[in-house]
Design a protein around this ligand. Structure first.
Ligand SMILES: NC(=O)c1ccc[n+]([C@@H]2O[C@H](COP(=O)([O-])OP(=O)(O)OC[C@H]3O[C@@H](n4cnc5c(N)ncnc54)[C@H](OP(=O)(O)O)[C@@H]3O)[C@@H](O)[C@H]2O)c1
Length: 273
């Protein structure tokens, strides 16, 4: 086996530290840089004080809070940039253009895992643009999602949007049922079953949105708007925050007002679009 590439990691937060450790485990020569001195140096890595020293490596992996934080740190002295900082598709594309203008080879990736999963096969790393993934396989399973550099960020935010709205719905339901003495242990298994059932409905819903055809024999929007009114009221009766059920009610209601009352829930996308 030839000599492994040298890799620098910029950012020793929760995720950056996990990435550095995974690279060490795979036998890379790993250099790390972090703005603040207080973060511990991962075992087996070499800490440098300046980003310029970090840029001497073959590959530079960035994992910082945001693109706003990252952009001023970048330099055309980087040879290959593997960007794992989360951002919007437009931020990713702008960084890809910057890299191309400055002769920097660029990989845009997003991490669909938590730090504890890094280095295990379950950690999926979506990447887009350049098909060469360089060191990404040290972190888990690299999945190329397309030639446009913005696509990894697009998939990331799409999936996180589903996660955030699902978690918020679950927490609202825990608060509502908990106000009447139902414990999370009693309620959560029902939620898990329910989510599995709902997941089975998604492919058909997706097709409805693609064809913009919302005829239904199952459940009309009218009845769901009435249900959302009840849900909002039940939360109010318990003195709970009603921002989430009220927002859902208002969104579905707008679709109803646009003439989708007898259509399926999928018709709500017409308002969102
Ligand atoms: N944690 C997760 O589960 C997870 C999962 C998927 C993706 N990600 C992504 O991974 C990235 C890092 O997340 P994290 O969880 O590691 O965050 P974190 O623990 O809060 O670490 C943030 C890192 O950014 C650095 N930073 C912040 N502001 C800076 C500035 N102005 N200049 C230079 N460095 C700055 C911090 O340095 P200091 O130590 O100096 O503050 C630290 O190294 C984010 O884009 C996040 O969306 C995280």
């Amino acid at each position: 086996m030839g000599t492994k590439k040298s890799v620098s990691v910029l950012g020793l937060g929760r995720m950056g530290s996990a990435l550095a450790c995974a690279l060490v485990k795979k036998g890379y020569d790993v250099t790390v840089w972090n703005r603040s001195a207080d973060k511990p140096t991962p075992a087996g890595t070499t800490r440098v004080r300046t980003t310029e020293e970090a840029f001497e490596a073959d590959v530079v992996v960035t994992c910082l809070t945001s693109y706003a934080v990252q952009q001023p740190l970048l330099s055309k002295n980087i040879r290959t940039l593997v960007n794992l900082t989360s951002g919007t598709p437009e931020e990713a594309r702008a960084t890809a253009r910057w890299a191309s203008d400055n002769g920097v080879e660029y990989v845009d990736g997003v991490i669909m895992a938590v730090p504890q999963q890094i280095g295990t096969p379950g950690a999926r790393i979506f990447f887009s643009g350049n098909e060469e993934h360089h060191v990404l396989d040290a972190f888990g399973e690299p999945v190329h999602v397309g030639a446009d550099a913005g696509l990894a960020a697009l998939y990331d935010l799409g999936l996180l949007g589903v996660m955030w709205s699902t978690f918020a719905g679950y927490l609202q339901a825990l608060a509502l049922t908990g106000a009447e003495g139902v414990t999370p242990e009693q309620f959560t298994p029902m939620v898990a079953d329910w989510l599995r059932e709902l997941a089975g409905m998604l492919p058909e819903m997706g097709e409805e949105t693609r064809h913009r055809s919302y005829e239904t024999e199952v459940s009309a929007l009218d009845i769901n708007v009435a249900g959302l009114r009840m849900l909002t009221e039940a939360n109010r009766e318990q003195g709970l925050d009603t921002a989430l059920p009220q927002a859902l009610h208002d969104l579905y209601r707008r679709a109803q007002e646009q003439g989708h009352g007898t259509h399926s829930i999928a018709s709500v996308i017409e308002v969102i679009r």
